[in-house]
Ligand binder design. Structure first.
Ligand code: CS2
Ligand code: MG
Length: 409
């Protein structure tokens, strides 16, 4: 029986920082896991190298469930983004190894395909309506069949989700984590935002029609009452979802939102355990699970969350920004293809440099993503190229209200 012979924590920075765990077995099989936590990368790298890797050596790589429970319950101190990203990296690497040992893509091990491909959505943005329209047209030209819409807010400077205005054909490239010793600062005004967003979706629907699935990310910035008001004001524009409309850790807050609006709600990209969702799922206060495999304890854990959510007719909408590495994206796609209650998959295309470091097998065609049929996850890591991109500390922005009070970003 093969055992785990080595595990390396690999840090690279092709335009942004990524942390990857590579596990190697005694028969030479390797598996990759994504451990990237934007702005806190070294915390996860240290958790893995100091406290997890030594415990893995000599263990059975095929015991995925037992290893998960050993790392989760054995740590005593549970949950949290650092712990669950570290466990996720181990879990995904072991699924990669199991697929390679079986000669099958991971989705086959999860029960096989439930669909041809995973409907993807891309990120369109603009500082104003004309530049937003250019970005939407770029995404339609790239083949996206669903699009997230974010814009600037009159009177405010840079706000979440607005990349530099794209030229026709130019890739949406938005990396919010600024490199350097401290976070950049952005300013915010919820009332200005609440006045503006309904006008944006009215203009988009006028220009692009009623059918195109449109999404919007509130990014945790509203109170439950403000979120209820926004959801109600967007109902005429028939959104596919309104995401993170209010900080989700106050699960009861979503009762207020849900009672006031039928706009579908997506939440959970900053969650890292099923307990973060428990009330939201059992009281059906949400419609889409936003977690990334990378931040929620891996494939094993997120599949359990989706099976729990399925009982309440809640679907997936996994997180897929460029700060989830191609390894994490691939892991999500294997789950997307196999679970019954799939909803949609976020797809921010990684940079060319990133895709040279992480050689992927997944494809995007006709608006659908497919993980490919290579054994395991279908991702390879180029060590030499990875080492040429050295780590630089980077931090997500800090948001402040007009009076200087720190606010959710
Ligand atoms: C965003 C994320 O994609 C999204 O929905 O909320 O891009 C988020 O801002 C980043 O993951 C933060 O690193
Ligand atoms: Mg989001």
């Amino acid at each position: 029986m093969a055992t785990i012979e080595g595990a390396e924590v690999l840090i690279t920075s092709p335009g942004r920082n990524f942390v990857t765990l590579r596990i190697t077995t005694s028969d030479g099989t390797t598996g990759l896991g994504d451990a990237t936590l934007n702005g806190r990368e070294l915390a996860v790298a240290s958790y893995l190298s100091e406290h997890v890797v030594p415990l893995l050596i000599g263990s059975d790589p095929q015991r995925i469930e037992d290893t998960w429970q050993y790392l989760y319950r054995g740590a005593y101190w549970r949950r949290g983004p650092v712990t669950m990203a570290a466990i996720a990296a181990v879990d995904v690497a072991l699924w990669d190894i199991k697929g390679k040992m079986a000669g099958m893509p991971v989705y086959q091990l999860l029960g096989g395909a439930s669909r041809r491909g995973a409907l993807a959505y891309g990120h369109a943005s603009g500082s104003d309506i004309p530049s937003l329209f250019t970005s939407i047209r770029n995404h339609l030209d790239e083949g996206f069949a669903a699009i997230r819409v974010q814009t600037g807010v009159p009177g405010l400077g840079q706000v979440y989700g607005v990349a530099g205005d794209q030229k026709p054909g130019q890739r949406y490239d938005y990396e919010p984590a600024s490199r350097g010793a401290a976070p950049s600062e952005e300013s915010w005004d919820s009332r200005a935002y609440l006045r503006h967003i309904p006008t944006v979706f009215a203009a988009v629907r006028d220009e692009f029609g009623p059918e195109l699935p449109l999404l919007h990310d509130g990014h945790h910035r509203l109170t439950p009452n403000q979120a209820a008001s926004l959801g109600k004001s967007l109902e005429p524009h028939d959104l596919f979802w309104l995401e993170d409309c209010t900080p989700g850790e106050n699960q009861e807050g979503l009762r207020r939102v849900r009672s006031q609006t039928t706009t579908p709600l997506a939440i959970g990209e900053v969650f890292n355990s099923v307990f973060d969702y428990q009330t939201l799922i059992t009281e059906q206060l949400m419609d889409y699970v936003r977690s990334a495999v990378t931040h929620t304890g891996g494939i094993t854990a997120l599949k359990k969350i989706m099976d729990f959510a399925a009982v309440y007719q809640i679907k997936s909408g996994f997180h897929g920004p460029t700060d989830v590495s191609p390894v994490g994206q691939a892991a999500a796609l294997h789950l997307d293809l196999s679970i019954h209650n799939f909803g949609i998959q976020e797809y921010m295309k990684h940079s060319d440099d990133t895709l040279r470091v992480f050689r992927t097998s997944y494809t995007f065609d006709g608006g659908l993503l497919h993980p490919g049929d290579a054994p395991g996850l279908g991702v390879e890591y180029d060590d030499a190229l990875a080492e040429s991109f050295s780590y630089t500390a980077a931090y997500l922005p800090v948001n402040r209200l007009q009076d200087g009070t720190v606010h959710d970003w």
